[in-house]
Design a protein around this ligand. Sequence first.
Ligand code: GLU
Length: 385
Amino acid sequence: MSPRINRVAADARPSPTMGAAAGKTSHEDPISLAVGEPSDPPPPEVATAAERAIAEGRTRYGAVPGLIALRERVAADHAERTGAPTSADNVVVTAGGKPALMDALRCILEPGDEMIVPLPAWPTFLDQPRWLSAKAVTVPAEPDLLPDPDRIAAACTGRTKIILVNSPGNPSGRVWPHDRMAAIVELAKQRDLWLLSDEVYRDLSLVGPAPEPVSIDPEVASRTIVVDSFSKRFSMTGWRVGTVTAPAELASAITALMSSTVTHACAVSQYAALAALGLDGTWEASRLERHRRCRDRAVAALDALDGVALSGSDSGLYAFPDVSGWISEVGLEDDHALCAHLKDTQGLLLVPGTPFGASGRFRLSWSIAEDRLDEALGRLRAAKT
Ligand code: GLU
């Protein structure tokens, strides 16, 4: 006899995207297009601010919901973008986007409750509700990888509490058009549901501002949780800083929860994040141009391959092509097998589509050094010939 972990933990799987990031291959020169992590370093001001915070001893316990200056800045940006009155009372700084999502779910979902998740979706959206004995109810992916509001409405039940929206999307790379997002916003109002809006890729849109729920209708600020992160926008993945912007009641519940869990996000990282938000936008603009070049190269290369169909890519990290033609052409079983084949024969690491709820696809993250991307795309071409 020995003590046991609970049923949810026993069934838990590690994050497929983090697994892909750690993927190994015996290829002599592997190239990873797997994890969604910009390859360029953060702006230099980030490290300078962190060093200064350490040198000045600003490393002790701080306020649980985060640095007041950081919360005020995030609130002001949110108000300016959306037109919804927002103050620091609406903002909590978290240790990255994942805890921001998880803590919001912990404060909303009861066991058996449901969150609607349009596919394809980042596996974390599917896994987190399970930890709370709640359920992610998925809505199948459309060929254009954009959500269908009617199908989302049809998936709602008496147990639905939340609709998850994620634009620009991971893994789709798609920016959801205004009319679709507006229809989902209307649905949330009609059915009295929360909108959980993962906007981690918002500033990486290559097609102009992505319509976000609160900017479409500032009234839905009272039912919307905006999750943001510094990871992709400022290449600060390992610094672990994210934010939740939500109604004040939920923000204080999350603060109470954090006071019993992480206490607060790393103090040094918060000073670094504040410095990033104080930049004049030049670094972000030039990084976006680099992403645009990488996106254009990846899209052109994928479009030129027989058996590969790409339904657009509007934001700066991912392409999620349909490779079902390629899979059957090579006589492989599925997207896992194709990714394994490309890893073994070409040293290319990609994430299969199945963990995102869309089989017959793979996710390609193009934010790597441009010469390495060209090499990787050349290998994809070689694999097809
Ligand atoms: N969000 C990134 C991705 O989808 C990083 C990995 C993760 O956080 O799961 O690749």
